[in-house]
Design a protein around this ligand. Sequence first.
Ligand code: SF4
Ligand code: SF4
Ligand code: SF4
Length: 336
Amino acid sequence: VSQGGRPRTTLAVHTATGCRACEHGVLDLDQEVTALGRFADPVFWPYVLGTPWEALPREVDVTFFAGAVRTETDREAARRLRDRSRILVAVGACAAFGGLPGLTNLAASGGSAEPAAGEDAAGDDGAAAPALAPATLSLAQVVAVDYFVPGCPPTPALLWTAALALLCRGESAARLSFAAGRLPERIAEAIAAGVLPPRGSTFAGERAVCGSCSRVKEEKRFEVCKRPFQAYQETGRCLLEQGLVCQGVATQEGCGGLCTGAGAPCRGCFGKAPAVFDPGAKMVAAIGSTFDSAKADEIAELVDGFPDLAGTFYRYTAPSQCALLAPPPGAAGGGA
Ligand code: SF4
Ligand code: SF4
Ligand code: SF4
């Protein structure tokens, strides 16, 4: 397909196990969707176009894959789309790190209302749910991934920048959004030159969210863990110092501090910052070093006040970035 003599890039979009907000993000590229339509030709998009799998072309230029790999159907979709795609992009925290569905890997085995791995479960209408895989995986733990666009969902600015870089090459230099200013130099330079960024690149920043947060750190002190509804104060002071579990110190920046700017703690949806080995361990170190007590019983009481430590610190990253957990069954390694 071409317009004005320039071949348009073919695009596939698919969500495995996820809420589809990432997919809506592609649909909702605001005014940009018209521009996207000039450069990209969606040839496989089951959710929007109703494209059946039999109609998946033998070769697709770019595939945006959202959602985690939770079922055998997801795994098959990942393999088929990898086989047919020149460029495979993990869009959103679920695809990039395992995301919220990855919390299932923290659940103790047994006692679950879900069917066992490999078994189908019939719903009220008698329709069979897809068989579960032994564990939830990120896309890169199943197949090779070329690019990552993190976030839950990714910010429109970053999603659009990735679309410019991968779909509209050569047309994009004059249209770089402010998001490109947050990207590593090698990616921004590639976009400006109209060439593909290095394979494996993540469309996000290189520092931690704290590095771009404008909140003021006054003193290193953590007295008691509070939930956001207990502590919201628009004082401009660091939220962690106000007792909120803000994960900005462990999280990769790129969103521009969306949550912290609005007074809500960072929950880590961009995954770990490049310099961080394990996001949960980093948070334990960051918070532990600010405990306002040296007494064991007081510290124990403080720790007991944290709700669901593992679920909080690995909310988006359990399958691929938790060094304390053994690699999930079926994981091939890799990740953002
Ligand atoms: S990353 Fe977040 S927004 Fe995207 S599919 Fe997963 S849960 Fe939904
Ligand atoms: S911990 Fe959170 S609120 Fe504090 S500086 Fe870092 S990102 Fe900002
Ligand atoms: S502040 Fe944290 S949780 Fe909020 S969008 Fe940015 S990375 Fe995600």
